[in-house]
Write a protein that binds this ligand. Structure first.
Ligand SMILES: [Ca+2]
Ligand SMILES: [Ca+2]
Length: 125
């Protein structure tokens, strides 16, 4: 009797494990696929999506429309660095770590003109 109760408990625990493993992730993105970098001209992923890119790390100039980017999703394993073209030099104004979503980008808002792509463990410079 005790043995049967144990078996039932074990089966229940296994069932719970399997159910847990097949659950849909709580935070699925419908507007930017895994492996992509996306940016919007509005805050919180609103307005127009101005870029949806799978550029590889080492890419030095991923162009975006000038001075409109306001929110980003980096669903890649790379770091994405946002640049404001300037004189005499360009300024890196945004550093987006791998697998990071930024609904607002602070001082970089409406300034970025292109991105460059670094390895995930690298910094922007
Ligand atoms: Ca904007
Ligand atoms: Ca700019």
């Amino acid at each position: 009797m005790r043995r049967q109760a144990f078996k039932a408990l074990a089966a229940l625990a296994l069932g719970t494990l399997i159910l847990g493993a097949t659950q849909v992730p709580a935070y699925a993105d419908t507007d930017c696929e895994s492996g992509h970098f996306c940016a919007w001209d509005g805050a919180n992923y609103s307005g127009n999506k101005v870029i949806d890119s799978t550029a590889a790390f080492g890419t030095t100039n991923v162009d975006v429309p000038d001075n409109v980017v306001s929110s980003v999703k980096n669903l890649t394993g790379n770091r994405w660095c946002g640049v404001n073209n300037g004189f005499p030099g360009d300024d890196t104004v945004l550093n987006v770590a791998p697998n990071t979503r930024l609904g607002s980008i602070g001082g970089a808002d409406n300034k970025i003109d292109h991105f460059y792509v670094r390895g995930g463990n690298w910094g922007c410079s």
